[in-house]
Design a protein around this ligand. Structure first.
Ligand code: NAD
Length: 504
């Protein structure tokens, strides 16, 4: 069976106008400029395979220019030394502008990334707005402490006055992936700017368009020259140059664990600070006393939302053996009921994955699962005119060593396995290199909180999955990363502590 995918045009004038622009440039020092080598790359609508035009391919020399602009702006101090309330006002204005343009941004994201418009409109873009508002508040809460000391050799008749001050870390390089571009970009920009840093953003090559639009909105919000710079381009050129650049003080990276390791190596040159938000293979655990009315759609949504292209996707499903068949039938029924299509169609529940390359990679995993002994309970096919749709897929019978159990697929594919008791959960859930997230579904609060304490993951949800808030820290243990985005802890990623100790 093939999948018919409607060819639809964006309904919003501003989206159509943006898409009609022939070439999208780099933003350096508040000027839109051509990349030095004049190169560009083509970008595509993954639903149809249609070209969306070209995007500037920034390279090392453009990263040099952008970092120099960010450095000048940092040293000049117009942003760093601005009254915190003024920085907060600009971030708040940015939130308002995103909200005012939400329909346009949601459509643009759909055309560029593939996701249904409702995901951007109802979940991800409101999440980005919330980040800017939350960190607008945090900009006014950057505080040091005074510290009583016990220095025994202080001069007679003198006192020690010691305190800490928080200072912005300097020039930040932000590198983000393609799965949820607007919100993941906001997670970097909002705290970095709140802290008083200046920055260079390198968006993912598959989804550069909304980053360009966000840069335009930042200009409209009144960002001073050089404080925010945008260099679109490829990971191995622009991204690698930014990660290695000696003029960058810190890299805030979200992406795969594999590229995260390259960032660590590249950052060694000047020992720049790093935060890494990396991949996951998150377990969803359904115990035999769970409310299945909640747990079945919850487990389905944990993996199928955004075509499974979610870092915290619940890609390993462990169900108590007494309810395994019932839960699996339920999850498979949810999967079969999901309507695939062009994300611009309001009836679409699941769009394509971001590219043909990614779809082929996911199909390869499904084939490897079969080859290693798993069977496909439902789904499994690659569909659509551009071969970019993957049916929501449930695999059963995979051995713990199978690639589909161990590696991040980053698509709508869940591997389901029965478990015998809650006692077995920590060992099974923790049998992974990753440690990003987990969910536990049970009526027994003691069991839930005991398991939450023993599962090695940055976030554990109880009777829910993928609940986010700007106030909740988000990040991973083990090979899922270093540090946390979101929450007031994220501000610390962009601050240095200075100790001042005076004899008075
Ligand atoms: P990716 O690692 O391939 O790319 C991420 C970014 O890194 C892109 O902008 C890319 O251009 C850039 N890049 C690639 N090679 C580079 C290099 N050598 N040097 C510097 N930059 C380079 O990831 P992806 O495929 O775009 O995104 C999917 C991954 O992101 C998944 O693993 C997912 O789990 C992860 N992710 C994690 C979180 C989180 O919060 N932990 C959130 C979303 C996505």
């Amino acid at each position: 069976m093939t999948l018919e995918v409607a060819t639809l045009e964006p309904g919003i004038d501003a989206t159509r106008r943006f898409l009609a622009r022939p070439q999208r440039r780099l933003l350096i020092d508040n000027e839109w400029v051509e990349p030095a080598a004049g190169r560009s790359f083509e970008t595509f609508n993954p639903a149809t395979g249609a070209s969306l035009g070209r995007v500037a391919a920034g390279e090392a020399v453009d990263i040099d220019r952008a970092v120099a602009a960010a450095r000048r702006a940092f040293e000049a101090g117009a942003w760093r030394d601005m009254l915190p309330m003024q920085r907060a006002q600009l971030l708040w204005k940015m939130a308002d502008l995103i909200e005012q343009h939400i329909d346009e941004l949601a459509e643009l994201e759909t055309v560029d990334q593939g996701k249904p418009v409702w995901i951007g409109r109802q979940a991800e873009i409101p999440g980005a707005v919330e980040q800017f508002r939350y960190f607008a508040g945090q900009a006014m809460r950057i505080e040091g402490t005074t510290i009583p000391t016990s220095i025994s050799y202080q001069p007679a008749d003198k006192q020690i006055f010691a305190y800490t001050a928080k200072e912005p870390i300097g020039v930040v390089g932000a590198i983000v992936p393609w799965n949820s571009p607007i919100v993941l970009t906001a997670l970097k920009i909002a705290p970095a700017l709140a802290a008083g840093c200046t920055m260079v953003l390198k968006p993912a090559e598959d989804t550069s368009l909304t980053a360009i639009r966000l840069a335009e909105l930042l200009l409209e919000a009144g960002i001073p020259p050089g404080v925010f710079n945008l260099v679109t381009g490829l990971g191995e050129t622009a991204g690698a140059a930014l990660a290695a650049h000696p003029g960058v003080d810190k890299i805030a990276f979200t992406g795969s664990t594999q590229v995260g390791k390259r960032i660590v190596a590249a950052a060694g040159g000047n020992l720049k600070k790093l935060t890494l938000e990396l991949g996951g293979k998150s377990p969803v655990v359904v115990l035999d006393d769970a409310d299945l009315e909640l747990a079945i759609p919850g487990a389905a949504n944990a993996i199928f939302f955004n075509s499974g292209q979610v870092c915290v996707a619940g890609s390993r499903l462990y169900v108590h053996e007494r309810i395994f068949d019932r839960v699996l039938e339920g999850v498979a029924a949810c999967a079969r009921g999901i309507r695939l299509g062009n994300g611009l169609d309001p009836a679409t529940q699941m769009g394509p994955v971001v590219s043909r390359k990614q779809a082929d990679r996911i199909a390869g995993y499904i084939a490897s699962g079969r080859a290693e002994g798993a069977s496909v309970l439902t789904g499994g096919r690659q569909l659509g005119p551009a071969g970019t749709f993957i049916e929501p897929t449930v695999l059963v019978g995979a051995v713990p060593s199978a690639k589909v159990v161990r590696e991040e697929i980053f698509g709508p594919v869940v591997v389901a396995t029965p478990i015998r008791s809650a006692e077995d959960v920590p060992a099974i859930a923790n049998d992974t290199d990753y440690g990003l997230a987990a969910s536990v579904w049970t009526h027994n609060l003691s069991t839930a909180h005991r398991l939450a304490a023993r599962i090695r993951a940055g976030t554990v949800w109880i009777n829910c999955h993928s609940m986010y808030d700007a106030s909740l820290p988000m990040g991973g243990m083990k090979q899922s990363g270093w540090g946390r985005d979101s929450g007031h802890q994220a501000l610390e990623n962009f601050l240095e502590t200075k100790t001042v100790c005076a004899v008075i």
